[in-house]
Design a protein around this ligand. Structure first.
Ligand SMILES: [Zn+2]
Length: 196
């Protein structure tokens, strides 16, 4: 179910801690790990899972909202969820993939330090693959095409290059900073500003 809809997740003291997709959002809701925060007339209403499904059955708010269809009814994908259980549910390790790597390295080539558009960036194995280098947080960095081909099949020092940062596994998803400068939903703004 990849609708592209995203839901902001707040911890119990209403601070943003994550952004999740639709499936995760509804699983948190139906397991009763989270409640829906719904913005209405300058204030917020909080719903548990059952109340939310009831609300979606009756409300006018369905119009123009982001909706998914379940077997029995239409449901609004919550824009914001409030966790009621421990935060660790969401403090998962950040998965190693290209997108997360670019975020870790802030879309900067880790050799020349310049910023690039995603499509102009490569994933560089610090210790080259064919010399036993793994594909992991600790051995892969973001690199521009030019630095990548200059370094070629060598270690940075063999190529006379230096890494800006030692590659490490990020502690957790730096989700809030990754949202800055990006268009976010109107209902999120309130909570993201509160964080600053
Ligand atoms: Zn570069």
């Amino acid at each position: 179910m990849d609708t592209g809809y995203q839901t902001l997740v707040l911890n119990r003291i209403w601070q943003p801690v994550n952004v999740v997709g639709v499936e995760r959002a509804f699983s948190l809701l139906s397991l009763d790990h989270a409640q829906v925060i719904y913005a209405e007339d300058e204030s917020f209403r909080v719903f548990n899972s059952l109340a939310w499904f009831d609300f979606c059955r009756e409300t006018e708010a369905l119009k123009g909202a982001r909706i998914i269809h379940t077997v029995s009814q239409q449901v609004i994908v919550p824009s914001v969820l409030l966790l009621r259980s421990y935060d660790r549910i969401l403090l998962q390790e950040m998965k190693f993939n290209r997108q997360n790597l670019l975020e870790r390295d802030d879309y900067r080539c880790q050799y020349c330090g310049k910023s690039f558009a995603p499509k102009e960036l490569n994933m560089d194995h610090v210790l080259p693959k064919d010399r036993g280098g793994g594909t992991s947080w600790e051995n892969v960095v973001t690199s521009c095409i030019r630095c990548n081909s200059k370094k070629s099949n060598r270690l940075p020092r063999e190529a006379g290059m230096r890494l800006l940062n030692e590659p490490k596994r990020p502690a957790r998803r730096p989700f809030v900073s990754s949202l800055y400068g990006r268009p976010v939903e109107k209902t999120w703004e309130h909570f993201l500003q509160a964080k600053k």
